[in-house]
Design a protein around this ligand. Structure first.
Ligand code: SF4
Length: 125
């Protein structure tokens, strides 16, 4: 799923690793500074809120929409876990192919496919 506003996302122009820090307490301040100047921050925040509201906490990870994991967890009421899977879902939502995701993260296409399938199942519930 890719939206027009995503073409203006500043995070798409920098090292994605900034936005995918490991663990719930490691949201990059640099990522949040980038978010604070992003022209599509409102759209991104609304998208993140809607998406995370439909998912388990498993998928809440990294800086997104100008907010840290902790900020979004407080708003959503659940903690986050499993950083890699969240990263795969975010990259998928940015329109990246499984092959591109696998290459960037240094994991197998099969792992990407497994995580995406689990995500689809959760969305269907
Ligand atoms: S507000 Fe959203 S789209 Fe903009 S830089 Fe931050 S995470 Fe990326």
């Amino acid at each position: 799923m890719k939206y027009e506003w995503m073409d203006q996302a500043l995070c798409a122009q920098v090292d994605p690793g900034l936005f995918f820090s490991e663990g719930p307490r490691n949201t990059s301040r640099k990522a949040l500074r980038i978010c604070s100047t992003c022209p599509v921050q409102p759209e991104c925040a609304a998208f993140a809120s809607a998406l995370e509201g439909d998912l388990t906490a498993k998928y809440r990870y990294g800086a997104w929409g100008g907010k840290s994991v902790q900020q979004r967890a407080i708003e959503g009421g659940t903690p986050q876990v499993d950083a890699r899977d969240e990263q795969i879902i975010r990259m998928t939502n940015r329109g990246m192919t499984p092959g591109e995701i696998a290459e960037q993260l240094g994991i197998s296409d099969r792992t990407v496919a497994r995580v995406r399938a689990a995500h689809r199942e959760q969305e269907a519930v």
